[in-house]
Design a protein around this ligand. Structure first.
Ligand code: SMG
Ligand code: MG
Length: 373
């Protein structure tokens, strides 16, 4: 592969409905796309950072700065997915920026080899079970309507966003209305260990898991909480690498893990997290960051690995966008098909992408000229 340059592309795309979590309400996504330009091809990656540092420390403008100033200058024309990962290692943090560039390079590299992400990662199934993440609503009836709609579409599992003041009642209402569905909650760090007794009341609702109740750096707190509630604790924000995953598991802080490639620095590390969890007998599922079809294609391929045994936040494109930038991912009996064409298996549709684009920037890879004697 001969990498010639990396193009950054900023797009603004509205969500079909506002999505409220404990850290704010999203009505649109500001997405940074990365395109690896090679001699005779290209590859795409999506940066999952949000426009503000509210889910994690990263945000779109910061990620663009890191990519421009520190990541792309470390790349060489003869890069490959492992060399790129190695080249980024001296730069601390910024996993979402690294993952976006890494995905674009992997896509270009796999397209050259006519290999799909699924084949490369080790997918063992042709489609993956789709769950859906339901935001905090203004009222319980509005929540019940939203859940009803998703279940009618065929989603196999419902995740309810919770925060103090919106937890036991909405969960109780959904569970009473739907006694048999797969149901779980996600707090996005909104609680403290002092809430343990309150969170234990969720045990009454037969939940699959409680996701990230405490702050991301509080592994010990999650371990203590796991001893006080019966519902399994699942970490999201806390799990930034395979070694952190191994540590959290062995400390008893988590018994299920949410894997997001952007949160752990890329698909290669995401696969290592999957492997380390499998070795510990800890099931995993694929999280979501409201991705467009570019990020979604990679997530769906990852979710086809053997230890992804729970439905993910890998919903259909229509749950997020009226018109996605790629051909849409659609639900078939509650599953999404794993793309089989080379690389990601999808590319942005130029006529959709163009009007959503607010800016592009091309970063050439310096050509390696022979050093003069
Ligand atoms: O992609 O369907 C999706 C969103 C899933 O709830 C979701 N993501 O903490 O897991 C999480 C959140 C993070 C992003 S919220 C804007
Ligand atoms: Mg989460």
């Amino acid at each position: 592969m001969k990498l010639e340059g990396v193009e950054l592309r900023w797009i603004e795309i509205p969500l079909v409905a506002p999505f409220r979590t404990s850290f704010g309400t999203e009505t649109r996504r500001s997405v940074l796309l990365v395109r690896a330009v090679t001699g005779d091809g290209e590859g795409w990656g999506e940066c999952v950072a949000m426009s503000e540092p509210v889910y994690s420390a990263e945000y779109v403008d910061g990620a663009a700065h890191v990519i421009r100033s520190f990541l792309v200058p470390k790349l060489t024309a003869d890069t490959d997915p492992w060399r790129a990962e190695q080249a980024f290692r001296p730069i601390h943090g910024h996993p979402m920026a690294k993952a976006a560039v890494g995905a674009a390079i992997l896509d270009a590299w796999l397209r050259e080899r006519s290999t799909s992400f699924g084949e490369f990662l080790g997918a063992v199934r042709p489609s993956v079970a789709a769950g859906v993440s339901v935001g905090i609503m203004d009222s319980i009836p509005a929540l019940l309507d939203a859940v009803e709609g998703y279940l009618e579409e065929g989603y196999q599992r419902i995740k309810l966003k919770i925060e103090p003041g919106w937890d036991l009642e909405p969960v109780r209402a959904v569970r009473e209305r739907h006694p048999d569905i797969l149901l779980q909650t996600d707090a996005n760090t909104a609680y403290t260990l002092a809430d343990a007794r309150h969170l234990a009341k969720l045990d009454a609702f037969d939940l699959l898991l409680i996701e990230q109740p405490l702050p991301e750096d509080d592994i010990a707190g999650h371990a203590a909480l796991a001893r006080l509630v019966r519902t399994p604790i699942c970490l999201d924000e806390s799990i930034t690498s395979a070694s952190v995953a191994a540590d959290a598991i062995t400390r008893g802080a988590t018994s299920i893990i949410n894997i997001k490639p952007g949160r752990v620095g890329g698909l290669l590390e995401a696969r290592r997290v999957h492997d380390v969890c499998a070795a510990h007998g800890v099931p995993v599922w694929c999280g979501g960051m409201l991705e467009t079809g570019i990020g979604r294609a990679a997530n769906v391929a990852l979710a086809a690995l053997p230890n992804f045994t729970l439905p993910g936040d890998t919903s259909a494109s229509s749950r997020y966008y009226t018109t996605d930038i790629t051909p849409p991912f659609t639900l078939h009996n509650g599953t999404l098909p794993v793309p089989t064409a080379p690389g990601l298996g999808v590319t942005p549709t130029p006529t959709t992408l163009q009007p959503l684009t607010t800016r592009t920037e091309y970063l050439p890879i310096p050509s390696q000229t022979t050093r003069p004697l």
